[in-house]
Design a protein around this ligand. Structure first.
Ligand code: PHE
Length: 347
């Protein structure tokens, strides 16, 4: 048996064939497994004689499987390397010009749209402290919202006043702006944010854009008009329909999630149209927003009876996906020119 099995292992031409041999030997119904099972029915003497032999057989088969598997994998890698080689000696056939990445492109578009509305661009650090990312935004230490953020924390440094982290949203830029600038304030803050999360629609690093307006007598109406104007300009359509849905963010009161209407065209969701008027559409969430909570205004040293405002935040990558009809967020960060080219982003 041992000779047969080892020969079959060495003869396996691919990983699938090898797996079949493994199942035949060590699987639930496998030949070696069957031998192992006979041990239970043996007398102690017999078992002492046969046990070590059967176990040695199993070990030999396991080792041979591992060796063959490593060899097959190495061969597969070699084949791949051979077929994907780059010949460094070939002459360069014109140098391809660089191009703007869709995320950068969308951030530029957004900055331009908001510049027309009188918003300046503000920035803040990606390595942020606990106070700016959470506490000043009315998310104290014990707040359950902290658990929802999947935060990447840095190890606690000795003697440090605060825990440092990778910012989980661009909202800390609201705080940095209110602390350093006198109102009236109108800013947007685009940038990278981080959460420990990864699938087709989440990457551990992604991009958000924050908006903040602080002035006297600002209302929810100003917020809705601003979002509507921005989304119409961004999607380049007049038939954008918004729905503000009451929602909870610790740093807003009231808070609202913003949905936009889409219409199905050839099975694809195209932003635009009123889902209440057609069978053929629905709502899609695109933004978080709300009136800035008075505690946040206070935490920044401003008087909430004098100054009010609104804020919103949205995922830049998601906006890019919606506008350009892309469906896998991870492709944004693979740096594959073929993907960029497919969507018209590379020469
Ligand atoms: N910071 C929120 C998030 O990351 C979005 C948001 C910004 C909501 C501003 C309301 C106001 O989900």
């Amino acid at each position: 048996l041992r000779g047969d099995l080892i020969a079959a292992i060495d003869a396996a031409a691919g990983l699938d064939a090898l797996e079949a041999v493994r199942v035949h030997a060590l699987g639930k119904q496998g030949a070696v497994t069957a031998l192992l099972k006979t041990l239970g029915g043996m007398s102690p003497d017999e078992r002492q004689a046969q046990g070590p032999r059967i176990h040695a057989l199993r070990e030999a088969v396991t080792a041979a499987l591992a060796t063959r598997k490593a060899a097959l994998e190495a061969a597969a890698l070699d084949a791949r390397l051979a077929s994907e080689t780059v010949d460094m000696t070939l002459p360069v056939d014109g140098v391809a010009p660089g191009s703007i990445h869709p995320v950068s492109q969308v951030m530029d578009e957004l900055a331009e749209i908001f510049a027309d509305l009188g918003f300046a661009v503000a920035t803040g650090p990606e390595i942020e402290d606990d106070w700016h990312n959470f506490t000043a935004l009315n998310i104290p230490e014990t707040h359950p919202a902290r658990a929802m953020h999947d935060t990447f924390y840095f190890p606690e440094a000795e003697g440090a006043e605060q825990r440092m982290l990778l910012r989980t949203h661009t909202s800390p830029v609201q705080i940095r702006t209110m602390v350093t600038q006198k109102p009236p304030i109108r800013i947007i803050a685009p940038g990278r944010v981080y959460r420990s999360d990864s699938d087709a629609t989440h990457t551990p690093m992604f991009h958000q854009i924050e908006g903040l307006v602080i002035d006297k007598g600002i209302t929810l109406g100003h917020l809705k008009w601003t979002l509507e104007t921005f989304l119409k300009a961004f999607f380049e359509r007049d038939d954008i329909v918004l729905r503000l849905r009451p929602s909870y963010f610790p740093f807003t009161e009231p808070g609202a999630e913003v949905d936009v209407g889409y219409t199905l065209k050839d099975g694809k969701r195209v932003i635009g149209g009123d889902p209440r008027q057609s069978e053929n559409g629905g709502w899609m969430e695109v933004l978080g927003s709300g009136m800035v909570h008075r505690r946040v205004i206070e935490a920044c040293g401003l008087d909430p009876n004098e100054w009010q405002g609104f804020a919103f935040g949205t995922g830049v990558d998601r906006l890019a996906m919606l506008k350009y009809g892309m469906d896998d967020l991870r492709a944004f960060f693979d740096g594959d020119l073929r993907w960029l080219k497919h969507y018209g982003f590379s020469a």
